[in-house]
Design a protein around this ligand. Structure first.
Ligand SMILES: Nc1ncnc2c1ncn2[C@@H]1O[C@H](COP(=O)(O)OP(=O)(O)O)[C@@H](O)[C@H]1O
Ligand SMILES: [Mg+2]
Length: 409
């Protein structure tokens, strides 16, 4: 008897030690083989209670076989009459839970909506679901008519971000990661112009650095406008095709860019192409990515004599934004606040910048202003926290975590 007990205890201890070692040495296989099936079983077994607690159930009337008296539930002295009856009763029906599919960080699951429910109803209770499932976060990541897909993540994928911005694909960079664990990829051919807004020290220039690093190995011309006296982009000067540090230099460089655009327009017109990508490969000009750091400096007017220069700059920048897409000139505009208060032409410029990145800001108006034209898509609508990009190697001190932004739509 004692021997059997010792053997059982020994077996249990060995199993626990083995599981612990497996989990430590190979967490990925442990997750898929052991932890996920246990989690999935728990989710299915508790789904009725969880959905009731999260107010996702619907009250329905259903036929049920009821027992008037069940043996064992009454006192011993009571006379037990077992009478079965079929009755219509009110029941709370949970929404139908689909198959839980494991991911590296958690799982995805489809849920069939009850009549009258919206994906938003699930987004609203996502935090409750996260607590009930004991996970870091639950997000609505997709929705189709009648079906919503939830993504549960066990830990915060942004707590440690260590990825390289280089993707190996033309005009594509990977400056960070999204809160669902996926890479955050900027593809200039899909979204040509970007607005990168945030308070000072929020990580704007750091993101610009990461973008330069990602683009550096590609056959792409990079042009910098560094209105902070060149402190951000000067280390990259050997890779940059042009760098303007003062407003006078900026005006000249913008004029050059407009000339380049005009030249590309002519080439396309003569070749009968609607944009440079329709040209034969040998005739296709090199794409240009233009980075503007501290854009407000371009619009600041110290005295009236600068008015014309500022108007010229604003017009040239707007022209680059308007014509750039078709002629492979892409714009990234960084600034603390890019609103009409900067001067005429700023709102027109902002409306051309359809990619929006909002870092930490000091007031909600700036955040609203930054994300004003971003139209949520089902897959990004409920992204509550910003993606984060790793500190770029050029950044001298890497103390504060860099945040970036609204999803890359
Ligand atoms: N992704 C990041 N990871 C770690 N630290 C970062 C990150 N982004 C920014 N930082 C830190 O924040 C500081 C300010 O960033 P910076 O890009 O210069 O801000 P901004 O241009 O908005 O004023 C940087 O010096 C760096 O230490
Ligand atoms: Mg900066």
């Amino acid at each position: 008897m004692t021997n059997t007990m010792y053997a059982t205890l020994g077996f249990l201890a060995a199993t626990a030690a083995g599981a612990w070692a497996w989990r430590r040495r190979h967490p990925r296989s442990y997750w898929y083989a052991v932890a996920f099936p246990l989690r999935a079983a728990r989710v299915y077994l508790t789904w009725r209670h969880v959905s009731y607690g999260c107010t996702l159930t619907r009250r329905r009337r259903a036929w049920r076989l009821s027992l008037e008296a069940v043996p064992g539930l009454r006192t011993a002295s009571a006379v037990i009459h077992e009478r079965r009856r079929v009755r219509r009763v009110d029941i709370d029906r949970a929404p139908r839970l689909g198959l839980l599919r494991p991911t590296a960080l958690g799982w995805r699951v489809r849920i069939h909506l009850h009549d009258g429910q919206l994906p938003d109803d699930y987004a609203k209770v996502a935090e409750r679901l996260a607590h009930a499932w004991r996970v870091h976060a639950v997000r609505v990541v997709d929705s189709k008519p009648g079906v919503v897909t939830l993504l549960a993540t066990m830990r915060d994928p942004l707590s440690e971000v260590d990825i390289a911005p280089e993707t190996g694909e033309l005009l594509t960079v990977r400056p960070g990661r999204l809160e669902n664990g996926r890479d955050w990829v900027i593809d200039f051919r899909t979204v040509p112009h970007w607005l990168n807004a945030g308070a000072t020290q929020s990580g704007k220039s750091n993101l610009a650095n990461a973008i330069i690093k990602g683009l550096a190995p590609q056959p792409v011309a990079i042009v910098g406008f560094d209105l902070k006296g060149g402190v951000e982009f000067t280390p990259y000067a050997p890779r940059l095709s042009a760098l303007a540090r003062t407003r006078t230099e900026c005006v000249a460089l913008l004029d050059d860019l407009v000339d380049v655009l005009t030249g590309r327009m002519r080439i396309c017109r003569e070749a009968g192409a609607r944009n440079v990508w329709k040209l034969p490969e040998h005739a296709r000009p090199v794409p240009i990515v233009v980075l503007v750091d501290e854009v407000a400096e371009l619009f600041l007017m110290a005295d009236k004599s600068e008015k014309d220069e500022i108007a010229k700059t604003a017009t040239a920048l707007l022209r680059v934004a308007q014509l750039g897409r078709a002629f492979a000139v892409y714009l990234i505009v960084c600034g603390q606040r890019i609103g009409s208060d900067l001067g005429p032409g700023v709102t027109a410029l902002r409306s051309q910048l359809s990619g929006r990145i909002c870092h930490r800001v000091n007031d909600p108006e700036t955040a609203n202003m930054t994300s004003a034209i971003w139209t949520p898509t089902p897959s990004t609508r409920h992204a509550p926290s910003p993606p984060r990009h790793p500190a770029s190697p050029s950044s001298p001190d890497k103390t504060a975590p860099g945040t970036a932004p609204a999803p890359s739509t």
